[in-house]
Ligand binder design. Structure first.
Ligand code: HEC
Length: 124
């Protein structure tokens, strides 16, 4: 596993398995390459869409344009690390400030990679 760091203060971000969580091949590939292996995979993106609708769109809007949370489809980002898959994982896993809670407490790492693949697909 690479060293993940908090988007808030760069302190080490500890990754813990949820009860029953297994490291999938996709998560292992992500650890090895730093890239989200589900990007561009239509089936994985469809699964990510369902997760996004459940967990994200109330604040980021269905098209990712943002409301309570910032736009996920623009060219500027609050956290510069947004542009890398490792960085986006750190933001979603560890959370940001305020309403952006740490989703690592609720979603498996595999689910986070699926949501990320969907978020990346939203940008035109
Ligand atoms: C309750 C509202 C809320 C929900 C639900 C929510 N977010 Fe956020 N999100 C925010 C807010 C507010 C911020 C800004 C936090 C900050 O600046 O520290 C944010 C920031 C982000 C960022 C960083 C954007 C940037 O410009 O750097 C990403 C990526 C992100 N959210 C993804 C997600 C994903 C994926 C989900 C679903 C798993 C999600 N968010 C669910 C409110 C929310």
């Amino acid at each position: 596993m690479p060293q993940f760091t908090s988007p808030l203060d760069n302190s080490p971000l500890e990754i813990k398995l949820l009860p029953g969580e297994k490291i999938t091949e996709g998560v292992q590939e992500f650890y090895d390459t730093g890239e989200d292996p589900y990007k561009g995979d239509a089936q994985a993106v469809a699964q990510g869409k369902e997760l996004y609708e459940t967990y994200c769109q109330a604040c980021h809007m269905p098209d990712g344009s943002g409301r309570i949370g910032p736009s996920l489809i623009g060219d500027s980002h609050h956290y510069p690390r947004f542009t890398t898959d490792k960085g986006m994982f750190e933001i979603i896993y560890g959370g940001g400030t305020g309403a952006m809670q740490p989703f690592g407490k609720r979603l498996t790492q595999d689910q986070i990679l699926h949501v990320m693949a969907y978020v990346r697909s939203l940008k035109k």
